[in-house]
Design a protein around this ligand. Structure first.
Ligand code: XMP
Ligand code: MG
Length: 177
């Protein structure tokens, strides 16, 4: 792994494919344990979480369901402030055990706006699994139940995360130089 360029910016290697794989396995183990005997519905938030969701789901041994919704508050490198729902939730979540799957929790705004809408539908339980968390960026506090890596407040790309549309295909996670 070496320095890469995406659009106008340079990025340096930060989390290797192997460390991501190991951590995703550990998160899946914890979820398999915690939800043993239940049948959770995983709600993955597009676009960024598609790769994490696929790898996490592959490691699950419990009965579980998966669906995707699309929420976005980001343009380029800054949060735009507004949270837009572009693909809504079609599933009935009443009485279900829900696990939200996010690529990264940054300010917390996206989930802060979305959670009340979910809770309104009265799921039995609601947990959050996020691959990455930037604790220093928190503006909207959330309880995160499964965290892959806590990272500094620097922009990252790869493993599903993009910089203006590019970089999602990278197997590793890179940090802005
Ligand atoms: P909030 O601020 O609502 O942000 O917690 C969550 C969403 O913002 C995107 N995001 C990033 N995307 N590199 C990215 O590629 C980053 O460093 C980054 N920080 C936040 C992401 O879509 C996340 O779901
Ligand atoms: Mg996202």
């Amino acid at each position: 792994m070496s320095i890469i360029k995406i659009h106008d910016k340079e990025f340096v290697p930060y989390l290797s494919a192997e460390s991501i794989r190991n951590r995703v396995n550990e998160l899946a183990d914890a979820i398999n344990n915690d939800f043993s005997g239940k049948r959770p519905l995983f709600i993955a938030i597009l676009n960024g979480s598609f790769m994490f969701a696929a790898d996490l789901f592959r490691c699950l041994t419990i009965e579980s369901e998966l669906c995707f919704i699309k929420l976005a508050s980001y343009r380029g490198m800054k949060s735009s402030g507004k949270v837009v729902t572009s693909i809504g939730l079609e599933e009935d979540i009443f009485g279900k055990d829900i696990v939200i799957v996010e690529d990264i929790v940054d300010t917390g705004k996206t989930l802060h706006h979305f959670l009340p809408k979910l809770l309104h539908q009265q799921p039995r339980s609601l947990k959050i699994a996020t691959l990455l968390h930037k604790p220093e960026a928190t503006q909207f506090p959330l309880t995160l139940d499964y965290i892959g890596f806590s990272i500094p407040n620097k922009f990252v790309v790869g493993y599903g995360l993009d910089y203006d549309g590019l970089g999602r295909n990278l197997k590793e996670i890179y940090q802005l130089k």
